[in-house]
Design a protein around this ligand. Structure first.
Ligand code: HEM
Length: 345
């Protein structure tokens, strides 16, 4: 940017800061965005999550996944939080999300707490970004300064969610492509997959690896045989597929680098996890080995990739809105299809 356009940006930015109660210019997010307007935002979000963790050890994992599924579809604009209406086809019902993503009630609780402390200031998209950092650090992972100033979108994109979100049985090439479509590279794929260091997955997301990997009643040869038997004990061959197991069998609720050492001994749960280490010739193998040997390197990469992911196609300045209810755009805040003012799941 030239110095004249940058000083123009500063003047406009200051004017917008005055009008909008924050500081943002040309799509730039900043960690100080709410310093003057909602200075306790981080501790408020963290407090609600700490409370939720007391009864739901999985909630942090669920919240960071919401941020990921938000950012990959129309950018980080809170679109995943919107309910169906006459004009909105919710992303919640896209195949990768339906009966899978969770945590909407806690997002609502965070929004309620923030509306009480600083009404109309903090976007739902920013709530997901702040909640992700809080969830990771509360589980023993790294802390970082979250970049803020996102505004909320006014539409959802269900077909976009069906296309853009990676699936657990996809090839590594397909997953890399989906990441590169939103500006993320191979290192980002490996580092962000490390979020599978906590949380759960349903049997139907990896059941083919146990009972019918290539259509002849076989199992995935890259699955450790003891782990295979354990998983068969959890997931019945003709079961509903809705039973849950830990994504990280070693330290299920801790945010650490055990996810990568699991891959080295063929104990990745999802096919897409194990492929990062087991696909011959892939450039992901060295990265897995590095993160497995060096948790500090993993944490540094994870933070850098989370910041990149959190920057995908953000709305700032006069774009979008600050939703009052994360489940509905402001114009429809009282007329969601279920007539409810909460996210309902
Ligand atoms: C690389 C491609 C990825 C694929 C194929 C993938 C796939 C999945 C699947 C299938 C599940 C289980 C869903 C279910 O049981 O219904 C899951 C859970 C999860 N994913 Fe991913 N994921 C990927 C990347 C990521 C990224 C980038 C993040 C975050 C930065 C993430 C965070 C999580 C978390 C924390 C859970 C557990 C959620 C909970 O317990 O509620 N995933 N993922």
């Amino acid at each position: 940017m030239s110095s004249s356009s940058s000083s123009y940006c500063t003047v406009i930015g200051l004017f917008l800061a005055f009008l909008l109660g924050g500081s943002s210019c040309n799509g730039q997010l900043t960690p100080t965005f709410y310093n003057e307007t909602c200075s306790n935002v981080t501790s408020i979000v963290r407090g609600v999550i700490e409370q939720a963790l007391l009864t739901d050890t999985r909630i942090g994992a669920s919240l960071i996944r919401l941020h990921f599924h938000d950012c990959f579809v129309n950018g980080c604009d809170g679109s995943i939080l919107l309910n169906n209406t006459d004009t909105i086809e919710s992303e919640k019902e896209a195949a990768p999300n339906n009966n899978s993503v969770r945590g909407f009630g806690v997002v609502d609780d965070i929004k309620t707490a923030l509306e009480s402390a600083c009404p109309g200031i903090v976007s739902c998209a920013d709530i997901l970004a702040i909640a992700s950092e809080a969830s990771v650090s509360l589980a023993g992972g790294p802390s970082w300064d979250v970049l803020l100033g996102r505004r909320d979108g006014t539409t959802a994109n269900r077909s976009g969610a069906n296309l853009a979100l990676p699936g657990p049985s996809e090839t590594i090439a397909a997953i890399k492509l989906k990441f590169s479509n939103v500006g993320l590279n191979t290192t980002d794929v490996v580092a962000l997959s490390g979020a599978h260091t906590f949380g759960r997955a349903r049997c139907l997301t990896f059941g083919n690896r146990l009972y019918n990997f290539t259509g002849v009643g076989d199992s995935d040869p890259t699955l450790n045989s003891t782990y295979l038997e354990t998983l068969k004990g959890i997931c019945a061959e003709n079961g509903t597929g809705t039973d849950l197991t830990n994504l990280d069998l070693t330290t299920p609720d801790a945010f650490d680098n055990k996810y990568y050492s699991n891959l080295q001994v063929n104990e990745g749960l999802l096919q897409s996890d194990q492929e990062l280490f087991s696909t011959t010739g892939e450039d992901t193998i060295d990265i897995v080995n590095n993160y497995s040997a060096n948790q500090t390197a993993f944490f540094a990469s994870f933070v850098a990739s989370m910041i990149k992911m959190g920057n995908i196609s953000v709305l700032t300045g006069t774009q979008g809105e600050i939703r009052l209810n994360c489940a509905a755009v402001n114009a429809n805040a009282t007329s969601g299809s279920d007539g409810l003012l909460h996210s309902s799941i």
